[in-house]
Design a protein around this ligand. Sequence first.
Ligand code: TRP
Ligand code: ZN
Length: 883
Amino acid sequence: MDIARTPATPDGNPEMADAAVEPHAPALIRRKDYAPYPWTVVATHLDFDLGLDKTRVEAKLTLERNPAAEPSPTIRLNGEGLAPLEVRCDGEPSNSHTMDGDDLIVTLPGDAHELTIVTELDPAGNSQLMGLFASNGMLCTQCEAEGFRRITFFPDRPDVLSVYTVRMRAPKAQFPVLLANGNCTAEGEEGEHHWAEWHDPWPKPSYLFALVAGDLVARSDSFTTMGGREVALNIFVRDGDLDRTEHAMESLKRAMAWDEQIFGREYDLDIYNIVAVSDFNMGAMENKGLNVFNTKYVLADIDTATDGDFDAVEGVIAHEYFHNWSGNRVTCRDWFQLSLKEGFTVLRDQLFSQDMGSAPVKRIGDVRVLRSVQFPEDSGPLAHPIRPDSYQEISNFYTSTIYNKGAEVIRMMRTMAGEEAFRKGSDLYFERHDGEAATCEDFVKAIEDGAGLDLGQFRLWYSQAGTPKVTVKLSHEGETATLTLSQEVPPTPGQPDKQPMPIPLKIALFDRTSGTHRGEQLVVLNGASETLTFEGFEAPPVLSVNRGFSAPVRIERDIPRDDLTFLAAKDDDPFARYEAMQDLVVGHLGDVIGGGLDTEDRDVGREAIRTALAAVLADGRIDDQMRGELMMLPSETYLMEQALVADPGAIHAERETLKAWLGQELGEELVGLHQRASEGPGTLDAAAQGARKIKTLALTYLAAADQQRASDMAAAQYDGATTMTDRQGALMVLAGLETAERTAKLLDFYNRYRGNDLVIDKWFALQASSLHPQALAHVKALREHEDFTLRNPNRARSLYMAFAGNPQAFYAASGEGYRLIADLILELDPINSQTAARFVPALGRWRRIEPGRAALMRGELERIAGASQLSRDTFEQVSRSLG
Ligand code: TRP
Ligand code: ZN
């Protein structure tokens, strides 16, 4: 990485840290400024008079001075866009309150007070989907991270825990269901209205508050915990969606049982409610006893959801459930500790999914996500440690680094400790910090003490950003194999110099004649460089390294192609085998794109890949799910990430050329595979899922080689499909072709699923991410489609995220792709700034792209930066991206 070009960002450059320097720049919040809140909110009573465009909120806060904090004569309550209609202190109208920006300041002379505040909201007008908002005629809340301040004035920070009692009153016919956290303690009717009171016995921060009111129906079930508590389970959806909730319910019960068995965690209320909403900024939210979910992660049946969708539902249901301990019972002291709950909970949901299905396939998939999303983030202008030091807008820090790298960091601790010792550490963590707002340091300390590990130097993983590069060399002399490992953590914004971090690497040395090894070992690279020797090798062994992806690092191995071919065929670690396949292709495409390769050398490289892929297609020892993994070519994003400065046009062209050549060379085998896989049943078992996976993968190779043949096969697959996986897979392939079947099947799909939002999202996404040369023009046309709207985040993402992830279209040499995304950001920002800001990183990659395109990308970022009235979310992402 080019150090000289490392941008000075607000977090890196102390001069820029003061908001006063740049009047446009919002204040920087710093981790080191943490101070406990001067007041404790012993109890919070909320009274809602609900209506779609007018809701009145009366909040009663029972306050006591916090003896652990600096005393203050006032209390600062956060608000956002609120006006205090009434403020009463101990029952008397207050005459001492003032506003400071959006915050309410009240003078409090004594040690204990009761403060009552009335606010009024317009949920229907809330397009940001933070706070209380309307979605399809229902009302619901989203408070993490700072949405509660859009409902009432409150110390809206995660270390202020309070016991909530919520009363809701609403027109009965319009909102027959009224829900909040905890248990329903009373309900009644008043003419056309009804009311319900809910009480949550567990103290919680405001970000875990939730309320739902609407015309909903529930799938109900129950779960008996290990302690014998019977928990009522309900999944609330719109009438008509009920028959698509079975998988979510089964997943929930499996997650509850798994968390008891594997982590010893039992549920702690009598009721667990899940509500699905169609307008939602993210996947789901773990509100105590009342999870709110994006419909995308609840609704699934075989006709409308793919196998991948089923897995995602299971994973997200589990994730939110696991938060009940890792997040709710033990929460975060401040938002810099976000990875404390998110990294740990992602690890927990990954381990759960590994246990529910194929562990190696799940691991490979998780690594693929990490490398295609988190690695680029970590090598770009938005790189940040898993525990950041500063931010302007916390919503921007719900990143792949916090979530996925955070999970990898904890997974490394588990790998070093071993499962049993790690469990002792996690037990100690929950025991020590139950009911508290904790820090990442508390977590590390608990694992250290409970597992008996020294994590002194390991803590650097929390403070240093950037993906370490580990260089691996193996030499052989006499009977000794010598392994040299060295590491380098690249500079990132604000962090020019890095220290070496402990890197646990699982390795094995293979005997190349027998094809076996003497056992896997774990080596931990602590220093900048280390040398290890292994005795008793008459011939040079083949090294398999970072098995199971034991560390989230980039490996640079000086390995002969023959050794990669060996590992691709023989490695008994499925991840390492996958990795060898990937490296074969990455190495070859790197050589081809780098130029200077003569035809003969190119053919040798191609031939090695063809042989390896042919062996994968024919290998009787692996299941089809694993076969599918081994068949996947490295993504263009991943290939771009391998280059210091990437040429997306060349990468796309060469990858397609290779795919076409493989499709040509292995045509018979691929057709045979497609045929064999087409005989599988339309069921959800692993074998049937595996067959569907390789079926569509086979088509992608064939499509590159012979459009018409692939088009006919895809059309037949489409027509015969009894599952969404087969139908969508076929349509995905067709969408990239220029055949008559393309148009026919796209139209059929639309008509068939019209009215089913989640499936129509797929229809938009398929076209926006297609290999079709006119994909960009298609996106422009789809923007005008009657079913398109920017107000629904799923729909906005289905078109534009898919487009931003379509390298050929997004990186069009003309720069039109960048303009399209910049226009979208500007248009979406005033409607939903959180969602708009998530499109910025695509443009932020400019430094790593060839100069012609880089200038165009930068130009679009500058155009956004020049707009008036940018949200804090988008402003921060754009200014950091410009550096
Ligand atoms: N905490 C949630 C999770 O990881 C995600 C989340 C954070 C979220 N902020 C949000 C969801 C805003 C919706 C809107 O499970
Ligand atoms: Zn989470």
